[in-house]
Write a protein that binds this ligand. Structure first.
Ligand code: SF4
Length: 295
């Protein structure tokens, strides 16, 4: 993965525009906002014009599609690492252009993660039908409350592929708590888990992920036969895994933050995203739906 993207679960990253408005705790330390601010761009927040791009930028996915088609394979494209496609302040006309581009590139599997699934019915194209075959809709949630709020809306939205991106995971998600939770999970095609990375923001510092939260999701997905991908620990690595990587002397250098689940404390070490990696209890969970190239 990651031919033209550093993101673990995609070949390419591309954006129809840059900029967005924060809508919840998962946005507190939004990397897209910090990145654009570092570039001197003011494209985040209500009323702030989003950054748009040239024709050359819009042609890039056509090249990826041609390459994939010639080789008889598909390529994954994360289509909104720097924005939300269901943002009500999307630049005029660009969402329609995006849907046209998606239709013109059937050898690309487009992945859109949103924190605004409630807006989807208003902004999906008129010919969406049961969902374009090459689009994955992911709801981006941080905990059980957001999961139970957003996944029913996702399931009510026509889509060929549906999934959850639980990143940053800031609390537990009880996927098998009752019949409703079990039903919701059974309707998903993919579950992605990730801890928080980036810089401490003005709203709150970066939070560690309790290893139990990740284990609970992996276990429930295996039971329900839903492909699960553990994307990253984020900045913090739990104590249960640091001993394999660091000496006692090295551990003294790292800030420790404790996170609790059902009274069980996990001391987590701020080792940085790169060093924390994406191994959970000795296993790299790297499962994908069985995507197919368009016939
Ligand atoms: S929805 Fe995504 S892009 Fe928009 S502010 Fe939140 S984290 Fe950032």
């Amino acid at each position: 993965m990651g031919k033209h993207s550093k993101i673990e679960w995609t070949h390419h990253s591309w954006n129809p525009w840059w900029g967005c408005t924060k809508v919840g705790p998962g946005c507190d330390n939004c990397y897209a906002e910090s990145f654009t601010r570092r570039l001197g761009l003011d494209v985040f927040g209500p009323g702030k014009p989003r950054r748009t791009f040239t024709t050359k930028h819009w042609q890039q996915p056509l090249h990826w599609h041609a390459e994939a088609e010639a080789e008889g394979r598909f390529a994954l494209v994360f289509g909104n690492s720097m924005c939300d496609v269901f943002d009500k302040e999307a630049p005029a006309g660009l969402r329609a252009d995006l849907w046209q581009l998606v239709k013109a590139t059937p050898s690309l599997i487009w992945i859109f993660a949103t924190k605004r699934i409630g807006n989807a019915s208003r902004y999906l194209p008129a010919d969406w039908g049961v969902g374009y075959p090459n689009v994955v809709l992911l709801v981006s949630v941080t905990d059980d409350k957001e999961y139970l709020r957003d996944v029913p809306d996702l399931i009510a939205t026509p889509a060929r592929w549906r999934g959850v991106s639980a990143e940053p995971l800031l609390g537990p998600i009880y996927l098998w708590a009752d019949d409703i939770a079990t039903h919701l999970l059974s309707k998903l095609d993919w579950f992605i888990i990730g801890g928080e990375s980036g810089q401490d923001g003005i709203h709150r510092p970066v939070s560690p992920m309790h290893p139990k939260w990740a284990r609970m999701i992996v276990s429930a997905c295996l039971n329900a036969r839903v492909p699960v991908l553990f994307k990253q620990w984020g900045r913090y690595l739990p104590g249960s895994q640091v001993r394999d990587l660091f000496t006692d002397a090295q551990l003294c250098d790292f800030k420790i933050t404790t996170v609790t689940q059902n009274g069980i404390e996990a001391a987590c070490f701020d080792v940085g995203k790169g060093r924390a990696g994406r191994i959970l209890d000795g296993i790299m969970w790297d499962q994908f739906p069985k995507f197919q190239v368009a016939a």
